[in-house]
Design a protein around this ligand. Structure first.
Ligand code: G6P
Length: 612
């Protein structure tokens, strides 16, 4: 998963592809590679881990030639960031090359079927199965596009791909399902492909966006677009007028906002292929592959930092509530230097977006030394924590560029829900209860979409409150960690002092602070503690506090008690944090922008804290 570029025309492709890749650098990646169809009937493939500059210097030594090529920056999803796992991947004879963004869900099944036909694999990626599949279905007399279309009919999951072959040279075939892909219509006999417009704007601003299930053929003479089911189709040419900076951010002014708005799709990705509707269970390949006996687990210690620690707290509530297993959530930095009790049957679960946080890693190693089994919930594939744990669950949220974590947080919540479901179904959760969770998870991305529609309302609130110097966030049960996370987001990007508290604890201290200049955000969705939260709202109102309430179904009885209501859809209590945290992300974002701060790189903060 990350950036795709392609070029076919009259010029040498390599320098053009490098320039285009560089325009996609902002997306983050861990390796890069290029395939050029050279004039003498060969494909030259060069790949390097690390930066595009490493690929560029390798190319400058080898000088591969060719006027048709594809290139890729990879951000690992299946398999560590190594050279064999970098794209392009080639068929065994080296005569087809392919780059891919997305996730092939039936990769395991394809891999064993292809192995049965004698195919061997050079990488751990899901992508490689597709290039061998194209080779397998390519019958005599077929064009490249026919072979690609025949292969895609057997592929499940998401993809944006670009393919070249010496069997049908001077041609690029691209296709998409669920992962963006566009064509750049160049001047005078050159065509480009890209996973976003930034890849092609240096040469053309005329682009054709492919729809899901579309594929297209690019040659120096032009392009043709097809739909997998409907044959040739027409797709209109659009003229891109945004500047490059705006294109990189997909038209959003900041990465943070882009990532907040990506959540419906990142949540689809974390559940993709993992929901078992019939058995009310979760399929977790990263656990199954290690055949770890979860029945041995008597206690779970979640260890993490920052936003990931907040996700861990929600996980504690989920696992105790639905899987009936005792859980402790520890700040990694505290755990590593205490003398923690790690009994037999302890599973240590590290939650980390980057997979590189020094304290989390050290806590994990400390726990392992004391005999605990280790598990990771990590976004960055092949990161140190991912490699250092016995097994785990990847988030597949894609790179998160904004320093303040948003989409990784909600994906962590969903990954924890999947793990809870998996554990629960092996312990006390009935199939009926399991199905209820599966159904709620399935609906969640659309519900997040509904919450995002509240953006204008939240911005108006930010305008009203932007000059406040302090904020209090209150919640109970599942919403207590959401209160902590809401306060943290505000602190991180808007530099406004904010505290998160369990709502009932307020009267043991913070209530003394309540006045007109200390707005209170109440998390009050419909869940078992809702009536209790309403009482806490009364307490604040009685002291003249200004209240913003995030509610779900109902909540109308609060209208007379609070100043503002933000209404999110209803779901089961353990998933409500996903929905209630989104407006708090938006509130922090808008406050920061209105106060003129650099939201993507707040002062003093780092995206990955790799030092103690
Ligand atoms: C830094 C980031 C936070 C993140 C924390 C833990 O402080 O700014 O957004 O929550 O590290 O990072 P991790 O990568 O382990 O989730």
């Amino acid at each position: 998963m990350c950036g795709i570029v392609g070029y076919v025309g009259a010029k040498e492709a390599a320098p053009i592809l490098i320039q285009s890749l560089k325009r996609l650098e902002y997306r983050g990646y861990d390796s890069a590679g290029m395939a050029l169809v050279n004039g003498s009937g060969r494909i030259d493939v060069v790949k390097r881990t690390g930066k595009i500059a490493a690929l560029e210097s390798a190319l400058s030594e080898i000088h591969p030639k060719g006027t048709c090529g594809i290139a890729h920056t990879r951000w690992a999803t299946h398999g560590a960031p190594t050279e064999p796992n970098a794209h392009p991947h080639t068929s065994s004879g080296g005569d087809i090359a392919l780059v891919h963004n997305g996730i092939i869900e039936n990769a395991e099944a394809l891999r064993s079927r292809l192995a049965g036909h004698g195919y061997t694999f050079a990488s751990d990626t899901d992508t490689e199965t597709v290039v061998h599949l194209i080779d397998r279905v390519w019958a005599d007399g077929m064009s490249l596009e026919e072979a690609v279309a025949a292969a895609l009919a057997r592929v499940e999951g998401t993809y944006g791909i670009a393919v070249v072959s010496v069997r049908d040279p001077q041609k690029i075939v691209v296709a998409r399902r669920g992962s963006p892909l566009l064509i750049g219509v160049g001047q005078g006999g050159e065509m480009l492909a890209g996973s976003d417009a930034a890849a092609v704007v240096a040469l053309t601003r005329d682009v054709v966006y492919l729809n899901d299930e579309d594929y297209a053929v690019l040659t120096p003479d032009g392009y043709k677009t097809f739909h997998l089911d409907h044959g040739e189709v027409r797709r209109s040419v659009e003229h891109v007028t945004w500047d490059v900076g705006a294109i990189e951010k997909g038209g959003y002014p900041h990465f943070m906002l882009k990532e907040i708005f990506e959540q419906p799709s990142s949540l689809r990705d974390v559940t993709r292929g993992r929901l078992l509707e019939e058995s009310g269970d979760a399929r977790l390949g990263g656990i199954a592959a290690h055949q770890f006996n979860l029945g041995r687990v008597r206690r779970i210690i979640v260890t993490a930092c920052g936003t990931s620690w907040h996700a861990g707290l929600v996980g504690e509530y989920m696992l105790e509530d639905l899987a009936r297993i005792p859980v402790d959530v520890e700040y990694a930095s505290e755990f590593r230097y205490r003398n923690p009790v790690v009994e037999d049957g302890t599973l240590t679960l590290a939650v980390s977006q980057s997979g590189e946080t020094a304290d989390t890693l050290a806590a994990l190693r400390e726990a392992r030394q004391r005999g605990a089994a280790t598990m990771g919930i990590v976004n960055s594939v092949g990161s140190t924590i991912a490699r250092d744990t016995d097994f785990g669950i990847y988030l597949h949220a894609g790179p998160e560029i904004g320093v303040a974590s948003t989409k990784a947080f909600t994906s962590q919540l969903v990954a924890l829900a999947l793990f809870t479901l998996h554990m629960g179904r092996r312990r006390h959760l009935s199939v009926v209860q399991g199905k209820e969770v599966v159904e709620a998870l399935r609906r969640l991305p659309d519900q997040v979409e509904e919450v995002l529609a509240l953006n204008d309302q939240v911005r108006a609130l930010a305008e009203e409150y932007m000059d406040c110097g302090n904020f209090l966030y209150l919640g109970r049960g599942y919403q207590f960690p959401v209160a902590l996370e809401g306060a943290l987001k505000l602190k991180e990007v808007s530099y406004i002092h904010a505290e998160g508290y369990p709502a009932a604890e307020m009267k043991h201290g913070p209530i003394a602070l309540i006045d007109d200049d200390m707005p209170v955000v109440f998390l009050a969705p419909r869940d078992p503690v809702y009536p209790k939260v309403v009482s806490n709202i009364e307490e604040v109102k009685a002291r003249g506090g200004r209240i913003i309430a995030v509610v779900s179904d109902g909540g109308s009885e609060l209208e007379s008690k609070v100043n503002h209501i933000i209404k999110v859809p209803q779901t089961i209590p353990c998933l409500l944090p996903v929905l209630t945290s989104v407006p708090l992300q938006l509130l922090a974002y808008h406050m920061a922008v209105l106060r003129g701060h650099d939201v993507d790189q707040p002062r003093n903060l780092a995206k990955a804290v790799t030092v103690e």
